[in-house]
Unconditional design. Structure first.
Length: 494
């Protein structure tokens, strides 16, 4: 029986060698707080989120174990079983040896599927570690199919990994799915069919680039996922296939309107219906009990600070928009330099211009000390830390360990700031009624982790687990080698 796909029902018995599911489906819901499962439970249908909760297994205390907690890192960490220290995706945007870099930008590839040239110049080349899909492809001598789908490029590309058959994301200008020449030279027929259907969607035409603010985005992602299952005959071959799906409109809506209110309510109630539609298709195409699904989030979100203050809760805005100018002026007053020493401030980290510091004849360590001195005088910051001294800094272990796992010498920034609980970065780009994320606190770091399907019993567990435990758990169930920079633990369905 070794090497054959076995049709099995969901079972608490751990799979043995030779047993394997026909399909693995990974689902990431962007900016989904863990408590949304409870808040919306009674409003969910029985076949979407509740199918996973009522029939599957929930790890109720899954935490992100690094900082910052942002989209590109979260998607990457869930599928690689490791953190920015090892996989190298240190943010949505970060600096590589002084060069500002969008996480999946790749000037060596071209757009496939649209005349919007820049939208497709993307690939996983900045990713330093393997994903579940990479290990699955290696294990089966590249016979398994692995496909990533999302509204966002980074949320399709990094989960699927280096060796994926394809990753597809949305060209908002033209309202269609695209990819890059990293994967292929021309879109498959089934993707062209999806795009033709989207071209006739009047609601999509009306919304245009604002489609991310509508639950319609979830419908389109589900349509594309279902089309991939059917078009590529996923779960129909002799090897296990993998589909990586990310629903990103929930993040766009949260940034705009926050964690509470009609827009967020609608987003999750409608997403529940889309999950039900996807699961029904998997039952029909692959067979109930023949596939395994995990669902998680890339990060959570803070409640809007004004909402918190209105209810007499400690919260506020960390106004960082003018911080760079203030720091440049302070450093110049202390050290006499004439040019900025700061490349950028991203995700509660300061990136310094190491080469510029050297060219101005400044002492690099002294520059950091002066910047830290200024920041320590700023209100509403709990800690300011030299990234090269994280291990020896006087900070609580819970924050120290997250910093260490989030720090990458070549890409991770030079100085970390930790705002007080309830405070978050705010600037001209921010919505006054919306929210953001990026910190160590539970509102940003406590995320759902649900498993359902093949060899998954019903149950739940309150023990602390981590986003980096997902990949080794799936690899263990499949009896394939762990991802090559894995730091997570294999979870057991007790």
């Amino acid at each position: 029986m070794v090497g054959m796909v076995l049709t099995v029902s969901a079972s608490s018995a751990r799979p043995t060698f030779g047993e394997k599911p026909k399909l693995v489906v990974g689902i990431v819901v962007d900016q989904m707080r863990w408590d949304y499962l409870s808040i919306y439970y009674n409003r969910f249908t029985h076949n979407g989120f509740r199918r996973m909760i009522d029939e599957g297994y929930s790890f109720d205390n899954c935490l992100i174990n690094y900082i910052p907690t942002v989209t590109a890192i979260g998607h990457t960490s869930a599928y690689t079983g490791t953190s920015p220290a090892f996989h190298g995706i240190c943010g949505n945007t970060f600096f590589i040896d002084g060069r500002r870099t969008y996480c999946c930008a790749d000037s060596t590839v071209r757009t496939v599927g649209t005349d919007n040239k820049n939208v497709g110049k993307m690939s996983p080349r900045n990713l330093l570690a393997t994903t579940i899909g990479d290990q699955l492809r290696l294990h089966t001598n590249f016979r398994s199919k692995v496909i990533g789908i999302s509204y966002k490029d980074r949320a399709a590309i990094f989960p699927a990994g280096h060796s994926a058959n394809a990753a597809y994301w949305m060209d908002l200008k033209n309202g269609q799915f695209v990819t890059s020449t990293y994967y292929m030279q021309e879109l498959p027929t089934w993707v062209k069919d999806v795009n033709r259907q989207m071209a006739q969607n009047k609601e999509l035409k009306r919304l245009g680039v604002d489609v991310g603010l509508s639950p319609l985005t979830g419908v389109l992602i589900t349509d594309m996922a279902i089309a991939a299952v059917k078009g590529e005959k996923m779960g129909q071959g002799n090897e296990t296939d993998m589909l990586c799906v990310s629903y990103s409109h929930t993040d766009v809506i949260g940034h705009k309107w926050g964690t509470r209110g009609e827009h967020t309510d609608e987003a999750y109630i409608e997403l529940d219906k889309e999950l039900a539609r996807l699961f029904d298709t998997l039952d029909e195409q692959v067979g109930k009990g023949n596939y395994i699904v995990f669902l998680t989030a890339d990060h959570g979100a803070a409640h809007n600070s004004q909402f918190m203050e209105d209810h007499q809760l400690h919260a506020g805005k960390w106004l960082s928009e003018n911080l760079r100018k203030e720091l440049d002026a302070y450093v110049a007053s202390k050290l006499g330099n004439t040019k900025s020493v700061i490349l950028g401030i991203l995700d509660y980290r300061l990136f310094l211009d190491k080469e510029g510091v050297r060219q101005q004849g400044l002492d690099y360590q002294r520059v950091k000390e002066v910047i830290i001195e200024y920041l320590q005088q700023s209100p509403n910051l709990s800690f300011v830390v030299d990234a090269e001294k994280i291990a020896t800094s006087a900070i609580p272990p819970v924050i120290r360990d997250r910093m260490l796992l989030g720090y990458n010498y070549h890409r991770g920034g030079e100085i970390y700031v930790v705002p007080e609980p309830g405070y978050y970065e705010y600037g001209s780009w921010s919505s006054p009624v919306g929210t953001t994320h990026g910190e160590w606190n539970p509102y940003d770091a406590h995320i759902p982790l649900l498993f359902y399907g093949w060899h998954v019993p019903h149950g739940s567990h309150p023990k602390e687990v981590h986003i980096t435990d997902i990949a080794p758990t799936v690899c263990s169930l499949l009896h394939i080698q762990q991802t090559n920079a894995c730091i997570g633990d294999v979870l057991m369905f007790d």
